[in-house]
Design a binder for this molecule. Structure first.
Ligand code: SF4
Length: 398
């Protein structure tokens, strides 16, 4: 798929589009859309709220298990084609507690979502997930301290952006996910929380470019933040983008800047960025920085800048200084991560001393900068490794 027309991109897999409520996957329907559906079934309006709460509040993805509904209504929902949008194919557990869930979707597509528990050693990753600063940071009520978990979800099967350091980008785009498939990752992941854990942050940082698939991403956010459902605060959600500036503007307008923003920047200048992130030629760095300046960021919030250090490509002290200049005047924090190896790629991480040198330039300039630890390396769950490369490559050849 070409980058052209990405903000209105539609694909298979239950994407919502501009259709009537009965044509929207049940898991992607908002309460007001359920109202229309239950009215058409001759049911009382309160049934709409019951069904929405069953799906999004209790995570029930099969009508037969909605035991507070009448048996005839459950049967009619099942007859209408209400099936779970995803099922767990595999769970891989890394030594550091990270769990990667491989989910099978309609048509045999497979995507991954990753549960990342926040250990003390991983606090820098908590920072990645949250784009949250200090306020309103209370833990849930209860006697026992509880462990925060960040969930990373995918929005596409493959990705059209082609970033050179990313396994998903190398595989290309197969299809976008419907909002039902995106939300199901959250509902299913909640069932895989372990004792003492709670889902605190959600990052759209898995396979795919969320703003290349804007309608379904935005609908998923509306569902996830709905008070009758998962009721996640928008400030607990971070959308990570490679820099589609029209999508950034739209996200800022639609959610009043409350949804956190992470930018995969990875280069301080147009030329370097164009080499490693092809979409930069369509949405240049200058335009991206301008979109960030205009993002309606709430007080005390910052935009997260992701910068993957690649040996000999973007890791020199001069480039660190250029990055400082590019980010001047923006409310940001920078997450540095040494590149994860992918496949047969020649690209690799810089030596640790060079990483430290780069970081020192940023911190000496007053930039807030974190060196991210790699999580889940042993299950290929770290950033840029979220492609099921064999599966994707096979499908590309279909
Ligand atoms: S880094 Fe993100 S935008 Fe770039 S190819 Fe990978 S998934 Fe797509």
């Amino acid at each position: 798929m070409s980058a052209k027309g990405e903000l209105s991109a539609r694909a298979e897999g239950g994407v919502t589009g501009a259709r009537g409520p009965d044509a929207i996957h049940p898991v992607a329907r908002l309460p007001e859309e359920w109202q229309a559906v239950v009215a058409a079934l001759g049911e009382r309006p309160y049934r709409a709220g019951q069904i929405f709460r069953a799906i999004h509040g209790r995570g029930v993805l099969e009508p037969e298990q909605m035991t507070d509904l009448s048996a005839p209504l459950r049967a009619r929902l099942a007859e209408s084609g209400f099936t779970a949008p995803a099922r767990v194919a595999h769970v891989h557990r890394a030594a550091d507690g990270t769990r990667k869930l491989v989910l099978e979707l309609a048509g045999g597509a497979r995507v991954e979502c990753v549960l990342i528990p926040m250990t003390d050693a991983a606090e820098v990753d908590a920072d990645v997930g949250a784009a949250v600063d200090d306020e309103d940071d209370a833990e849930p009520e209860g006697d026992e301290p509880r462990r925060r978990v960040t969930l990373c979800v995918s929005t596409q099967f493959g990705c059209a952006m082609g970033c050179v350091f990313c396994a998903s980008g190398q595989a290309g785009l197969i299809r976008g996910l419907g909002a039902a498939e995106i939300v199901s990752q959250v509902l299913i992941a909640k069932q895989h929380l372990e004792l003492g854990e709670y889902l605190r942050n959600l990052v759209f940082m898995g396979m795919g470019e969320p703003l290349h698939h804007y309608e379904e991403t935005a609908r998923a956010i509306r569902l996830i933040t709905h008070p009758d459902g998962l009721n996640m605060g928008p400030r607990r959600i971070t959308v990570s983008t490679v820099g589609l500036s029209p999508g950034i503007r739209r996200l800022g307008e639609d959610f009043a800047g409350k949804v956190g923003l992470a930018i995969s920047l990875h280069a301080p200048d147009e030329a370097t960025r164009g080499r490693i992130i092809p979409i930069n030629r369509r949405y240049p760095l200058g335009e991206l920085i301008e979109a960030l300046r205009r993002y309606p960021l709430p007080r005390r919030r910052r935009i997260t800048i992701e910068y993957t250090l690649i040996d000999g490509v973007n890791d020199s002290p001069e480039q660190a200084r250029a990055l400082v200049r590019t980010l001047r005047g923006l409310r940001v924090k920078v997450n540095l991560i040494a590149m994860n190896a992918i496949g047969a790629s020649q690209l690799r991480a810089p030596p640790p001393a060079r990483v430290e040198q780069f970081r020192a330039v940023l911190t000496d300039s007053g930039l807030s900068c974190f060196l991210r630890t790699r999580r889940g390396d042993d299950v290929s769950a770290a950033c840029g490794q979220l492609a099921l490369s064999g599966d994707l490559v096979r499908r590309r050849g279909d």
